[in-house]
Design a binder for this molecule. Structure first.
Ligand code: UDP
Ligand code: MG
Length: 330
Protein backbone atom coordinates (compact mmCIF):
# COMPACT_ATOMS: atom_id res chain seq x y z
CA UNK A 1 0.00 0.00 0.00
CA UNK A 2 1.22 3.51 -0.74
CA UNK A 3 1.70 6.12 1.95
CA UNK A 4 -1.41 7.75 3.43
CA UNK A 5 -2.63 10.47 1.09
CA UNK A 6 -0.82 8.94 -1.87
CA UNK A 7 -3.02 5.87 -2.29
CA UNK A 8 -4.87 5.53 -5.55
CA UNK A 9 -8.52 4.57 -5.13
CA UNK A 10 -10.42 3.23 -8.14
CA UNK A 11 -14.15 3.84 -8.27
CA UNK A 12 -15.76 1.12 -10.38
CA UNK A 13 -18.93 2.38 -12.02
CA UNK A 14 -21.01 0.05 -14.19
CA UNK A 15 -23.33 2.10 -16.38
CA UNK A 16 -26.28 0.96 -18.40
CA UNK A 17 -28.49 3.72 -19.81
CA UNK A 18 -27.47 6.24 -17.17
CA UNK A 19 -27.49 9.47 -19.21
CA UNK A 20 -30.09 11.00 -16.89
CA UNK A 21 -27.95 10.64 -13.78
CA UNK A 22 -24.42 10.83 -15.11
CA UNK A 23 -23.72 14.55 -14.66
CA UNK A 24 -25.25 14.48 -11.20
CA UNK A 25 -23.12 11.45 -10.35
CA UNK A 26 -19.82 13.15 -11.12
CA UNK A 27 -20.94 16.33 -9.39
CA UNK A 28 -21.88 14.54 -6.19
CA UNK A 29 -18.87 12.23 -6.17
CA UNK A 30 -16.53 15.16 -6.74
CA UNK A 31 -18.06 17.05 -3.84
CA UNK A 32 -17.94 13.98 -1.59
CA UNK A 33 -14.32 13.16 -2.37
CA UNK A 34 -12.98 16.71 -2.26
CA UNK A 35 -12.08 16.46 1.42
CA UNK A 36 -10.55 12.96 1.26
CA UNK A 37 -6.79 12.76 1.06
CA UNK A 38 -6.28 10.23 -1.76
CA UNK A 39 -5.76 10.07 -5.51
CA UNK A 40 -8.73 8.92 -7.57
CA UNK A 41 -9.46 6.97 -10.69
CA UNK A 42 -12.91 6.39 -12.17
CA UNK A 43 -13.24 3.18 -14.12
CA UNK A 44 -16.57 3.66 -15.89
CA UNK A 45 -17.84 0.65 -17.79
CA UNK A 46 -20.37 1.43 -20.47
CA UNK A 47 -22.39 -1.79 -20.48
CA UNK A 48 -23.93 -1.46 -23.95
CA UNK A 49 -26.08 1.56 -23.14
CA UNK A 50 -28.59 2.48 -25.82
CA UNK A 51 -28.74 6.14 -24.82
CA UNK A 52 -26.12 8.90 -24.76
CA UNK A 53 -24.21 7.47 -21.77
CA UNK A 54 -21.02 6.87 -23.75
CA UNK A 55 -21.01 10.32 -25.40
CA UNK A 56 -21.52 11.99 -22.01
CA UNK A 57 -18.78 9.89 -20.48
CA UNK A 58 -16.37 10.76 -23.25
CA UNK A 59 -17.14 14.45 -22.73
CA UNK A 60 -16.40 14.09 -19.01
CA UNK A 61 -13.21 12.13 -19.69
CA UNK A 62 -11.95 14.84 -22.05
CA UNK A 63 -12.04 17.30 -19.16
CA UNK A 64 -10.97 14.92 -16.40
CA UNK A 65 -7.87 12.72 -16.74
CA UNK A 66 -8.97 10.59 -13.78
CA UNK A 67 -11.72 9.02 -15.89
CA UNK A 68 -11.12 5.77 -17.76
CA UNK A 69 -13.95 4.44 -19.92
CA UNK A 70 -14.24 0.79 -20.82
CA UNK A 71 -16.82 0.48 -23.56
CA UNK A 72 -18.22 -3.06 -23.84
CA UNK A 73 -19.42 -4.40 -27.18
CA UNK A 74 -22.98 -4.95 -25.89
CA UNK A 75 -24.97 -5.23 -22.67
CA UNK A 76 -23.36 -8.03 -20.66
CA UNK A 77 -25.14 -7.35 -17.36
CA UNK A 78 -23.98 -5.68 -14.18
CA UNK A 79 -21.90 -8.61 -12.92
CA UNK A 80 -19.87 -8.74 -16.14
CA UNK A 81 -19.51 -4.95 -16.18
CA UNK A 82 -18.13 -5.06 -12.65
CA UNK A 83 -15.73 -7.82 -13.66
CA UNK A 84 -14.48 -5.60 -16.48
CA UNK A 85 -14.04 -2.69 -14.09
CA UNK A 86 -12.05 -4.89 -11.70
CA UNK A 87 -9.80 -5.99 -14.55
CA UNK A 88 -9.05 -2.43 -15.65
CA UNK A 89 -8.70 -0.84 -12.19
CA UNK A 90 -5.16 0.02 -11.10
CA UNK A 91 -5.87 1.44 -7.63
CA UNK A 92 -4.46 0.33 -4.27
CA UNK A 93 -8.10 -0.21 -3.37
CA UNK A 94 -11.30 -0.34 -5.40
CA UNK A 95 -14.84 0.80 -4.63
CA UNK A 96 -17.65 -0.53 -6.85
CA UNK A 97 -20.43 2.05 -6.80
CA UNK A 98 -23.77 2.32 -8.65
CA UNK A 99 -24.11 5.24 -11.03
CA UNK A 100 -27.61 6.10 -9.80
CA UNK A 101 -26.35 7.50 -6.45
CA UNK A 102 -28.19 4.87 -4.45
CA UNK A 103 -24.81 4.24 -2.86
CA UNK A 104 -23.88 7.51 -1.12
CA UNK A 105 -20.36 8.56 -2.22
CA UNK A 106 -20.02 10.39 1.11
CA UNK A 107 -19.54 6.97 2.73
CA UNK A 108 -16.30 6.35 0.86
CA UNK A 109 -14.40 8.51 3.36
CA UNK A 110 -15.52 6.15 6.14
CA UNK A 111 -14.50 3.13 4.03
CA UNK A 112 -11.02 4.56 3.58
CA UNK A 113 -10.68 5.28 7.28
CA UNK A 114 -11.43 1.63 8.12
CA UNK A 115 -9.12 0.48 5.35
CA UNK A 116 -6.29 2.53 6.81
CA UNK A 117 -7.02 0.87 10.16
CA UNK A 118 -6.10 -2.38 8.46
CA UNK A 119 -9.31 -3.94 7.17
CA UNK A 120 -9.08 -5.45 3.70
CA UNK A 121 -12.78 -5.27 2.90
CA UNK A 122 -15.12 -2.56 4.15
CA UNK A 123 -18.69 -2.98 3.01
CA UNK A 124 -21.74 -0.77 3.24
CA UNK A 125 -24.61 -2.28 5.22
CA UNK A 126 -28.05 -0.96 4.30
CA UNK A 127 -29.58 0.26 7.52
CA UNK A 128 -33.13 0.16 6.27
CA UNK A 129 -34.41 -0.55 2.83
CA UNK A 130 -37.15 2.05 2.78
CA UNK A 131 -36.35 2.80 -0.83
CA UNK A 132 -37.46 -0.76 -1.68
CA UNK A 133 -41.04 -1.99 -1.84
CA UNK A 134 -42.22 -4.29 1.01
CA UNK A 135 -42.37 -7.19 -1.45
CA UNK A 136 -38.73 -6.63 -2.46
CA UNK A 137 -37.67 -6.42 1.19
CA UNK A 138 -39.42 -9.70 2.06
CA UNK A 139 -38.04 -11.56 -0.95
CA UNK A 140 -34.54 -10.19 -0.29
CA UNK A 141 -34.72 -11.39 3.32
CA UNK A 142 -35.92 -14.85 2.20
CA UNK A 143 -33.10 -15.06 -0.31
CA UNK A 144 -30.35 -14.22 2.18
CA UNK A 145 -31.77 -16.71 4.73
CA UNK A 146 -31.98 -19.51 2.19
CA UNK A 147 -28.60 -18.72 0.64
CA UNK A 148 -26.76 -18.66 3.95
CA UNK A 149 -28.46 -21.84 5.14
CA UNK A 150 -27.46 -23.94 2.15
CA UNK A 151 -24.16 -22.38 1.07
CA UNK A 152 -20.79 -22.70 2.81
CA UNK A 153 -19.96 -19.16 1.70
CA UNK A 154 -21.95 -16.79 3.89
CA UNK A 155 -22.96 -13.44 2.45
CA UNK A 156 -23.97 -10.77 4.96
CA UNK A 157 -27.60 -9.65 4.61
CA UNK A 158 -28.32 -6.16 3.27
CA UNK A 159 -24.88 -5.78 1.77
CA UNK A 160 -24.64 -4.91 -1.90
CA UNK A 161 -21.66 -4.43 -4.17
CA UNK A 162 -20.91 -1.04 -2.59
CA UNK A 163 -17.71 -1.63 -0.61
CA UNK A 164 -13.97 -1.00 -0.55
CA UNK A 165 -11.60 -3.84 -1.36
CA UNK A 166 -7.85 -3.85 -1.00
CA UNK A 167 -5.64 -4.62 -4.02
CA UNK A 168 -4.80 -8.08 -2.57
CA UNK A 169 -8.48 -8.97 -2.47
CA UNK A 170 -8.98 -7.73 -6.03
CA UNK A 171 -6.08 -9.83 -7.32
CA UNK A 172 -7.60 -12.93 -5.74
CA UNK A 173 -11.05 -12.20 -7.16
CA UNK A 174 -9.49 -11.80 -10.58
CA UNK A 175 -8.01 -15.28 -10.26
CA UNK A 176 -11.46 -16.88 -9.94
CA UNK A 177 -12.02 -18.30 -13.39
CA UNK A 178 -15.76 -18.85 -13.39
CA UNK A 179 -17.92 -17.32 -16.10
CA UNK A 180 -21.09 -17.12 -14.02
CA UNK A 181 -20.11 -14.22 -11.87
CA UNK A 182 -22.32 -13.77 -8.84
CA UNK A 183 -20.13 -10.98 -7.51
CA UNK A 184 -21.55 -10.79 -3.99
CA UNK A 185 -20.73 -14.46 -3.55
CA UNK A 186 -17.25 -14.15 -5.06
CA UNK A 187 -16.51 -11.11 -2.88
CA UNK A 188 -17.47 -13.13 0.20
CA UNK A 189 -15.72 -16.30 -0.92
CA UNK A 190 -12.23 -14.77 -0.91
CA UNK A 191 -12.46 -13.98 2.80
CA UNK A 192 -9.98 -11.48 4.34
CA UNK A 193 -10.50 -9.15 7.27
CA UNK A 194 -13.76 -7.33 6.79
CA UNK A 195 -15.99 -4.86 8.56
CA UNK A 196 -19.34 -3.22 7.78
CA UNK A 197 -20.32 0.45 7.80
CA UNK A 198 -24.02 1.29 7.98
CA UNK A 199 -25.79 3.60 5.57
CA UNK A 200 -29.27 4.39 4.35
CA UNK A 201 -29.96 3.50 0.75
CA UNK A 202 -32.03 6.18 -0.91
CA UNK A 203 -34.11 6.01 -4.07
CA UNK A 204 -32.49 6.34 -7.49
CA UNK A 205 -31.48 9.96 -8.23
CA UNK A 206 -32.78 9.78 -11.82
CA UNK A 207 -33.36 7.28 -14.60
CA UNK A 208 -34.86 3.83 -14.19
CA UNK A 209 -33.80 0.62 -12.51
CA UNK A 210 -33.11 -2.07 -15.05
CA UNK A 211 -34.12 -4.80 -12.64
CA UNK A 212 -37.50 -6.47 -12.47
CA UNK A 213 -38.73 -9.46 -10.49
CA UNK A 214 -37.96 -11.94 -13.24
CA UNK A 215 -34.35 -10.68 -13.45
CA UNK A 216 -34.06 -10.74 -9.66
CA UNK A 217 -35.41 -14.30 -9.58
CA UNK A 218 -32.81 -15.40 -12.12
CA UNK A 219 -30.12 -13.54 -10.19
CA UNK A 220 -31.13 -15.42 -7.02
CA UNK A 221 -31.02 -18.78 -8.84
CA UNK A 222 -27.63 -17.83 -10.27
CA UNK A 223 -26.35 -17.02 -6.80
CA UNK A 224 -27.62 -20.18 -5.18
CA UNK A 225 -26.61 -22.61 -7.89
CA UNK A 226 -23.15 -21.02 -8.12
CA UNK A 227 -22.48 -21.49 -4.44
CA UNK A 228 -24.43 -24.53 -3.28
CA UNK A 229 -25.17 -28.04 -4.48
CA UNK A 230 -27.84 -28.55 -1.82
CA UNK A 231 -30.75 -28.03 -4.24
CA UNK A 232 -29.39 -30.96 -6.28
CA UNK A 233 -29.06 -33.25 -3.29
CA UNK A 234 -32.42 -32.55 -1.70
CA UNK A 235 -34.20 -34.63 -4.37
CA UNK A 236 -32.75 -37.93 -3.26
CA UNK A 237 -34.08 -37.33 0.26
CA UNK A 238 -37.46 -36.18 -0.98
CA UNK A 239 -37.57 -39.21 -3.30
CA UNK A 240 -36.71 -41.53 -0.42
CA UNK A 241 -39.41 -39.97 1.72
CA UNK A 242 -42.03 -40.32 -1.01
CA UNK A 243 -40.96 -43.87 -1.78
CA UNK A 244 -41.37 -44.75 1.89
CA UNK A 245 -44.82 -43.20 1.95
CA UNK A 246 -45.63 -45.18 -1.21
CA UNK A 247 -44.53 -48.44 0.44
CA UNK A 248 -46.63 -47.74 3.50
CA UNK A 249 -49.61 -46.95 1.31
CA UNK A 250 -49.03 -50.13 -0.74
CA UNK A 251 -48.97 -52.22 2.43
CA UNK A 252 -52.17 -50.59 3.57
CA UNK A 253 -53.82 -51.27 0.17
CA UNK A 254 -52.80 -54.91 0.17
CA UNK A 255 -54.28 -55.50 3.61
CA UNK A 256 -57.37 -53.57 2.59
CA UNK A 257 -57.78 -55.64 -0.60
CA UNK A 258 -57.19 -58.95 1.22
CA UNK A 259 -59.88 -58.05 3.70
CA UNK A 260 -62.22 -57.43 0.77
CA UNK A 261 -62.80 -53.72 1.33
CA UNK A 262 -61.78 -52.55 -2.16
CA UNK A 263 -64.95 -51.65 -4.06
CA UNK A 264 -64.20 -48.45 -6.02
CA UNK A 265 -61.51 -48.30 -8.72
CA UNK A 266 -58.92 -45.92 -7.20
CA UNK A 267 -59.23 -42.92 -9.52
CA UNK A 268 -58.51 -40.31 -6.87
CA UNK A 269 -55.45 -41.96 -5.37
CA UNK A 270 -53.95 -42.70 -8.78
CA UNK A 271 -54.48 -39.14 -9.97
CA UNK A 272 -52.93 -37.74 -6.82
CA UNK A 273 -49.91 -39.98 -7.12
CA UNK A 274 -49.47 -39.22 -10.83
CA UNK A 275 -49.80 -35.46 -10.43
CA UNK A 276 -47.66 -35.13 -7.32
CA UNK A 277 -44.91 -37.36 -8.61
CA UNK A 278 -45.05 -35.86 -12.11
CA UNK A 279 -44.70 -32.38 -10.66
CA UNK A 280 -41.82 -33.37 -8.42
CA UNK A 281 -40.01 -35.07 -11.26
CA UNK A 282 -40.35 -32.06 -13.54
CA UNK A 283 -39.10 -29.80 -10.77
CA UNK A 284 -36.07 -31.94 -10.06
CA UNK A 285 -35.32 -32.21 -13.76
CA UNK A 286 -35.53 -28.44 -14.10
CA UNK A 287 -33.16 -28.05 -11.20
CA UNK A 288 -30.64 -30.42 -12.69
CA UNK A 289 -31.06 -28.38 -15.87
CA UNK A 290 -30.02 -25.24 -13.99
CA UNK A 291 -26.75 -26.85 -13.01
CA UNK A 292 -26.13 -28.48 -16.37
CA UNK A 293 -26.79 -25.12 -18.03
CA UNK A 294 -24.12 -23.56 -15.83
CA UNK A 295 -21.68 -26.40 -16.51
CA UNK A 296 -22.30 -25.81 -20.19
CA UNK A 297 -21.61 -22.07 -19.91
CA UNK A 298 -18.43 -22.74 -17.94
CA UNK A 299 -17.31 -25.43 -20.38
CA UNK A 300 -17.52 -23.02 -23.31
CA UNK A 301 -14.96 -20.80 -21.59
CA UNK A 302 -16.26 -17.64 -23.18
CA UNK A 303 -14.93 -14.44 -21.64
CA UNK A 304 -17.46 -12.74 -19.36
CA UNK A 305 -17.34 -9.57 -21.49
CA UNK A 306 -15.80 -8.09 -24.61
CA UNK A 307 -14.28 -4.64 -24.83
CA UNK A 308 -14.94 -2.46 -27.86
CA UNK A 309 -12.82 0.52 -26.87
CA UNK A 310 -10.94 2.03 -23.98
CA UNK A 311 -10.92 5.79 -23.47
CA UNK A 312 -8.65 7.78 -21.20
CA UNK A 313 -5.34 6.73 -19.60
CA UNK A 314 -3.32 8.27 -22.39
CA UNK A 315 -5.34 6.60 -25.14
CA UNK A 316 -6.19 8.79 -28.15
CA UNK A 317 -9.40 10.80 -27.62
CA UNK A 318 -11.37 8.60 -29.99
CA UNK A 319 -10.39 5.62 -27.89
CA UNK A 320 -8.36 2.55 -28.66
CA UNK A 321 -9.81 -0.64 -30.01
CA UNK A 322 -9.19 -3.73 -27.93
CA UNK A 323 -10.38 -7.10 -28.99
CA UNK A 324 -10.09 -8.92 -25.70
CA UNK A 325 -10.04 -8.24 -22.00
CA UNK A 326 -6.61 -7.91 -20.35
CA UNK A 327 -7.14 -11.08 -18.29
CA UNK A 328 -7.14 -13.12 -21.49
CA UNK A 329 -3.92 -11.64 -22.83
CA UNK A 330 -1.95 -12.83 -19.83
N1 UDP B 1 -26.11 -1.87 -14.65
C1 UDP B 1 -25.22 -2.35 -15.62
N2 UDP B 1 -25.65 -3.29 -16.53
C2 UDP B 1 -26.94 -3.78 -16.51
C3 UDP B 1 -27.81 -3.30 -15.49
C4 UDP B 1 -27.36 -2.34 -14.59
O1 UDP B 1 -24.06 -1.96 -15.68
O2 UDP B 1 -27.27 -4.61 -17.35
C5 UDP B 1 -25.63 -0.84 -13.68
C6 UDP B 1 -26.48 0.41 -13.61
O3 UDP B 1 -26.11 1.35 -14.58
C7 UDP B 1 -26.21 0.89 -12.19
C8 UDP B 1 -26.01 -0.40 -11.42
O4 UDP B 1 -25.69 -1.39 -12.39
O5 UDP B 1 -25.03 1.68 -12.12
C9 UDP B 1 -27.25 -0.79 -10.63
O6 UDP B 1 -28.34 -0.89 -11.50
P1 UDP B 1 -29.82 -0.48 -11.07
O7 UDP B 1 -29.83 0.83 -10.37
O8 UDP B 1 -30.66 -0.62 -12.31
O9 UDP B 1 -30.17 -1.66 -10.05
P2 UDP B 1 -30.92 -1.54 -8.62
O10 UDP B 1 -30.30 -0.39 -7.89
O11 UDP B 1 -32.33 -1.32 -8.94
O12 UDP B 1 -30.64 -2.86 -7.99
MG1 MG C 1 -30.14 1.41 -8.50
Amino acid sequence: MSEAGQELISLLVPMYNEEAVLDLFFERVDAALAGVDCRWEFVCVNDGSRDATLARLVAHAAADPRIVIVDLTRNFGKEAALTAALDFATGDAVVPIDADLQDPPELIAAFIEKWREGYDVVYGVRRERQSDSPAKRVTARLFYNLFNRISDTKIPADVGDFRLMDRDVVEDIKRLPERNRFMKGLFAWVGYRHVGVEFTRTARAAGESSWNYWKLWNFAIEGITSFSAAPLKVWSYLGLFIAMLGCAFAAFLIVFALLGFVRVPGYASIMVAVLVLGGLQLMSLGLIGEYIGRLYMEAKQRPPYLVARVYGRGEPPQGRRRRVAPRLEA
